[in-house]
Design a protein around this ligand. Structure first.
Ligand SMILES: C[S@@+](CC[C@H](N)C(=O)[O-])C[C@H]1O[C@@H](n2cnc3c(N)ncnc32)[C@H](O)[C@@H]1O
Length: 352
């Protein structure tokens, strides 16, 4: 989408709002275009359809982002960054109370049974996969009021096999980072979903649970990992992909195809494909499940308008925040573990 397209939509929306209110612009419409520093003098060329109106940035006000109570609750705060060291749901309640809205939420929550972050209240080690999905959905339901009506949520999730073999005994070094005593999937299981060798299909169970809460699933983008370390198995294929779900609250949402699209032979811009080949990030000594900046490129650039806000509710080492800041967006991170909040601040500090 070009700036011109937005301009037409802005002007259309302003005219429509004027008509609807007998000449006086409603407060929200008065601010449209100001926050995004977009000129608004061009004549309207596009009708004020819902699709065009959804292209109008809804950005957090200065007042909300810099709210004193919110800053007090934060682990770190400056004019462009907020970091919260607490459970996702608690942080969302603070943000909602301050009236903060964000445009793009992009995150990699803990995967089921994959890691023990050693933080009280962490999610990912629930006894049954269904309980894990319920926890995740509850976190994103708490995020709903904070996500702009035309905003997007992107969730990276990988799957888990049920093992049922009991605690792992081998000292094999490649696996040891993921071994932390008895994982939920090592238990006997319910014999229904949870039985040995079962791929739990957690990513799609999560997506369906989100649909049940009225979210719209736009894509189940597949992250293809080139040259993965092969699984030590002899009776199935080795896993080399994860998902990046794109979810929205409303069928009319902001999407800047031009920022991420591919040029066709005729010169028109095609949308990016839904398979993304991205090498995994190198593990940092501090965070073993860091994701690569390339993985957040399409989410952040396509669904964050100028002067918009990016939020990563399971921030970890702060990859999404760093990418957002590099592109001039405001950024909010949340993590239940203090060490990770510290490393978010450090990584942002390296930007200078
Ligand atoms: C997969 S990691 C995120 C990695 C991150 N994308 C990066 O690039 O470093 C998941 C993070 O979720 C955090 N976490 C787990 N449960 C949480 C909760 N209830 N609220 C907030 N953060 C939580 C963990 O501490 C961990 O850092």
């Amino acid at each position: 989408m070009s700036n011109d397209d937005v301009l037409f939509a802005i002007e259309s929306m302003r005219s429509a709002a004027r008509v609807a209110s007998g000449g006086e612009l409603p407060a929200a419409a008065k601010n449209v275009g100001k926050a995004g520093k977009l000129p608004v003098s061009k004549p309207a060329k596009r009708p004020a359809t819902k699709a065009n109106l959804a292209l109008i940035p809804q950005v957090a006000t200065e007042e909300a982002f810099c709210n004193a109570k919110l800053r007090k609750a934060a682990y770190y705060a400056d004019d462009n960054v907020l970091i919260f060291n607490m459970d996702v749901r608690e942080a969302m309640a603070h943000l909602a109370a301050a009236g903060v809205i964000v445009n793009c939420m992009v995150t990699s929550p803990p995967f089921y049974g994959q890691r023990d972050y050693g933080a009280e209240g962490q999610i990912g080690l629930e006894e049954h996969p269904q309980q894990f999905i319920e926890q995740l959905v509850a976190c994103f339901e708490a995020a709903k009021p904070v996500l702009a009506d035309n905003g997007s949520l992107w969730v990276n999730l990988g799957d888990t096999y049920w093992s049922g073999k009991g605690e792992h005994k081998s000292g094999e070094s490649k696996q040891s980072a993921r071994r932390f005593g008895l994982r939920p999937q090592d238990r006997t299981g319910d014999g229904l979903l949870c039985k040995p060798k079962q791929l739990l299909l957690i990513p799609h169970r999560f997506a369906i649970a989100m649909q049940d809460m009225d979210w719209i699933v736009r894509n189940d983008n597949v992250w293809v990992k080139p040259n993965p370390i092969p699984d030590q198995v002899r009776d199935r294929c080795s896993m080399s992909h994860e998902y990046m779900f794109h979810l929205v609250k409303s069928r009319w949402y902001f999407f800047n195809k031009d920022a991420v699209g591919r040029k066709s032979e005729s010169g028109s811009i095609l949308p990016p494909s839904d398979t993304w080949e991205v090498p995994p990030a190198r593990r940092s000594h501090k965070h073993k499940a860091r994701f690569s900046e390339e993985l957040v490129r399409i989410p952040i650039l396509s669904t964050t308008p100028q002067n918009g806000v990016v939020l990563d509710p399971f921030g970890g080492s702060g990859t999404s925040l760093v990418f957002a800041r590099k592109h001039g967006f405001r950024a909010i991170g949340i993590d239940i573990k203090k060490d990770f909040c510290k490393s978010m601040v450090e990584h942002l500090g390296e930007l200078g």
